[in-house]
Design a protein around this ligand. Structure first.
Ligand SMILES: Cc1cc2nc3c(=O)[nH]c(=O)nc-3n(C[C@H](O)[C@H](O)[C@H](O)COP(=O)(O)OP(=O)(O)OC[C@H]3O[C@@H](n4cnc5c(N)ncnc54)[C@H](O)[C@@H]3O)c2cc1C
Length: 63
């Protein structure tokens, strides 16, 4: 996937990505690729979301 930074987008503000699961991590990677500043936060103490296997919702590690 190719992402290009539109220079008409103001970049004084930071993007806030909520959730460090696969979707949030992919969003963060795309933002970094185009040089847009962001913070990535998660309510859990680990990144990876469900894929971390540490959600407490399942004893099975995904993948
Ligand atoms: C039991 C199970 C097995 C699975 N097995 C597979 C598999 O084998 N292969 C596969 O491809 N997919 C599998 N999936 C699906 C895969 O886990 C999901 O598609 C994927 O995790 C979705 O990613 P996500 O980032 O959208 O959400 P999540 O992985 O759910 O991540 C969301 C993150 O956001 C955080 N969050 C949520 N709300 C807030 C809030 N208000 N404030 C701060 N943080 C917040 C959570 O703590 C979490 O870290 C499985 C799912 C389950 C439940």
């Amino acid at each position: 996937m190719s992402v290009q930074h539109d220079d008409s987008i103001p970049t004084r503000e930071k993007v806030l990505v909520i959730g460090a699961g696969p979707a949030g991590l992919a969003a963060a990677a795309a933002l970094r690729a185009v040089g847009l500043p962001f913070d990535l936060v998660d309510g859990a103490e680990h990144v990876g979301g469900v894929w971390s296997g540490a959600s407490g919702k399942t004893n099975e590690v995904v993948w």
